[in-house]
Design a binder for this molecule. Structure first.
Ligand SMILES: N[C@@H](CCC(=O)N[C@@H](CS)C(=O)NCC(=O)O)C(=O)O
Length: 263
């Protein structure tokens, strides 16, 4: 199908949820394929991704690539996968009949929003609003990359990463809080993919709470310790949106542990 989108990833993955939520709002279907993070070392990373048997792994042994970011061990990435996805990351989307590689979860989100019938999700026909939405998505990606390093290091954290992530957290949330003090949604009066991306990435960041004791052992504190008081509009936006059916049906119980502790 011309407008088909297939996403391969470890699952569940909040970065994939961005696209699923946008698809829910847009009333379109997307294909999502994958497995638990630890199982992706046994998968063929490809448009036709699949779980490999031991004999298939032997046949594909020349494809093995050392994981670059977040994956320990070796991964079976096909050459066509790497042509479509030169950075070799997941979520990895393939768009349309030509299976065009689309990477970066915010760009996959844009693809789904462009295909969806819910035009205001990506600014309608207003190119300036679209660009403003892109601005929020870029700011979100910068924060996301900073905290990705932090989350991956949490079991053996160092003070430098903690302090860098704290300032990225404050920089991003100061901007989001300021926007929400003017409008109900990040980019204006309507829900857009900027809000969807905020909810999914920030929910993932809150996972630092699962490592509170490791963080305290280093004489450090949770970066999000005072989230509710410091950023009340962000807090409210996150929990109001995540309770909506289009979000809740995808996010499931992901934030329940946080709500039990903090609400
Ligand atoms: N900013 C990217 C993050 C993607 C990313 O870094 N994915 C990592 C896993 S968390 C990956 O696929 N690593 C592949 C590897 O280790 O080779 C996005 O939002 O899609």
């Amino acid at each position: 199908m011309k407008d088909k989108v297939r996403i391969f990833s470890y699952l569940p993955n909040p970065r994939v949820w961005k696209s699923i939520i946008a698809a829910n709002y847009g009333g379109i279907e997307i294909e999502v394929i994958g497995d638990k993070p630890k199982n992706l070392t046994n998968w063929l990373w490809d448009y036709d991704a699949k779980l490999l048997t031991d004999s298939e792994k032997e046949n594909y042994k020349d494809l093995k690539k050392v994981g670059k970011r977040g994956f320990a061990g070796e991964l079976y990435k096909t050459n066509t996968f790497l042509e479509a996805h030169p950075f070799g990351t997941v979520p990895a989307a393939f768009g349309g009949e030509e299976k065009i590689g689309i990477f970066e979860s915010n760009s996959i989100l844009r693809e789904v929003a462009r295909l969806s019938g819910h035009k205001t999700l990506y600014g309608g026909d207003d190119i300036h609003i679209k660009s403003r939405i892109d601005s929020f998505l870029d700011a979100n990606l910068v924060f996301s990359r900073e905290f990705q390093v932090y989350i991956l290091e949490l079991e053996d954290l160092n003070k430098y990463t903690h302090s860098r992530t704290s300032s990225a957290y404050r920089f991003y949330l100061d901007g989001v809080e300021a926007s929400l003090s003017k409008n109900d949604y990040l980019a204006g009066d309507n829900l857009t993919i900027a809000d969807i991306s905020f909810v999914c990435e920030f929910s993932q960041f809150l996972r630092e709470g699962h490592y509170e004791s490791e963080i305290k052992k280093k004489d450090l504190d949770l970066i999000s310790k005072d989230f509710k008081d410091d950023y009340p509009l962000c807090f409210n936006h996150l929990f109001t949106l995540s309770a909506k059916e289009e979000f809740a049906s995808v996010m499931g119980t992901y934030l329940d542990w946080y709500k039990e502790k903090n609400i």
